[in-house]
Design a protein around this ligand. Structure first.
Ligand SMILES: C[S@@+](CC[C@H](N)C(=O)[O-])C[C@H]1O[C@@H](n2cnc3c(N)ncnc32)[C@H](O)[C@@H]1O
Length: 370
């Protein structure tokens, strides 16, 4: 929900949110997040490029070309296993600078017919990042969209790295009156959190495994993520294809508040300076897998990112790059391979979930325990 023009007494994100809360009372965190991240004029993900050393954070494709290359080979070999649908709509949700796709498409040239079958569609809210994607991917892109629903129909290959974590979440607290929502209040200057006195209708979205949580327990639910996964999986169930979702979040249903702010590579208070702080929350992979199955598709995983990259050949890919690297480059390649797969870091904190139509074969990297 965006705040209407009538409420825009101060024309920045914080000013509009304070005005909204003054008029309508405390608001869901999801409203606060949507306003802060996606407002069409000055939302965080509207006009800026937040990636890289000069920005707020770094992502796996920006750490090393190996990440996008392995994802590209996953997409191409999955396409082959699905009977080489042609044409196939390749979608990236939130492509950032376009780095993942550039590396993926280069690596996937090895698979005959794949590039020619692709119709590339990008779902991206940021004008600054669309410009970077255009500069890197140019003529390969058939279209940009604000929402997945606007992507043309057809057999689908979809990849989303660090996209679902940016979708708005609600926080529910278990009380003796059931699940009640934590809301954002305003004292005029600062935002604070309060708990609604009424039971929340969103209690229906609490994972069944957490329904008996003790009083005081907190759970995050994301109707936006659930709706998006239902649409993507429904499209795959009906038209065929595959989706690969990579992000951070626990592999089992989990309690607790994970909403976090990041600015200039450091943790920042998510309730301070909305619109200039990156906001994200853990992705509820078990919920996404359940939603995909309910939409008629198969879900594989989540598997740890480190295990997926190892299965897809990270070590071999690194060896090939090392063979023609200078000593300085070699050090970078080894450090990047370790960073992407380290079980004490990204290798375990990040997970991968694959969604395919029913009857499709198990995709590469999701074999054991899928
Ligand atoms: C954390 S960045 C990840 C970028 C890229 N996938 C990577 O790994 O480097 C999130 C990306 O999703 C985009 N984004 C975030 N929320 C969005 C939304 N609701 N709709 C469309 N794009 C969104 C951002 O502009 C950005 O491109």
């Amino acid at each position: 929900m965006m705040v209407g023009e009538a409420l825009a007494e101060r024309r920045d994100v914080a000013g509009r949110l304070h005005a909204l809360i003054r008029r309508l009372g405390p608001q869901p965190l999801a409203t606060y997040m949507a306003e802060a991240l996606l407002h069409p004029e000055d939302g965080y993900y509207r006009n800026r490029d937040p990636l890289g050393a000069a920005g707020d954070f770094i992502t796996a494709p920006e750490i090393s070309q190996m990440f996008g290359e392995l994802v590209g080979l996953w997409l191409a070999t999955t396409w082959q296993a699905l009977g080489r649908p042609d044409p196939v709509v390749l979608v990236e949700l939130g492509p950032g600078r376009g780095t993942l796709l550039a590396d993926a498409l280069r690596a996937a040239r090895a698979v005959p017919g794949f590039q020619a079958a692709l119709r590339l569609h990008l779902v991206e809210s940021s004008h600054a990042l669309r410009a970077r994607q255009r500069a890197l991917l140019g003529a390969a892109v058939a279209g940009w969209h604000d929402r997945f629903d606007d992507v043309p129909d057809g057999p689908l290959l979809l990849v989303a790295n660090e996209f679902f974590d940016a979708l708005p979440v609600h926080q529910l607290v278990r009380t003796d009156g059931g699940w009640q929502e934590r809301l954002v209040d305003s004292d005029g200057d600062r935002f604070t959190l309060v708990t609604s006195a009424r039971p929340s209708l969103l209690a229906a979205l609490v994972p069944p495994e957490l329904a008996a949580a003790p009083q005081g327990a907190l759970v995050e639910v994301s109707p936006a993520a659930i709706a998006l996964m239902a649409t993507v999986a429904g499209r795959i169930a009906a038209r065929g294809g595959a989706a690969l979702v990579l992000d951070y979040g626990p592999g089992v249903p989990a309690l607790g508040a994970s909403l976090r702010g990041v600015r200039a590579h450091r943790p920042a208070d998510p309730l301070q300076a909305p619109g200039t702080t990156d906001l994200s929350a853990d992705v509820a992979f078990p919920t996404l897998a359940r939603v995909a199955r309910e939409a008629g598709a198969q879900a594989f995983g989540p598997v740890p990112q480190g295990a997926l990259l190892a299965a897809l050949g990270l070590a071999q890919r690194a060896e090939r790059l090392l063979a023609r690297a200078t000593p300085a480059q070699a050090e970078q390649i080894r450090a990047a391979a370790f960073r992407l797969s380290d079980p004490a870091g990204m290798g375990m904190a990040f997970k991968a979930l694959a969604v395919l139509a029913s009857g499709a074969p198990t995709p590469a990297g999701f074999g054991a325990g899928a």
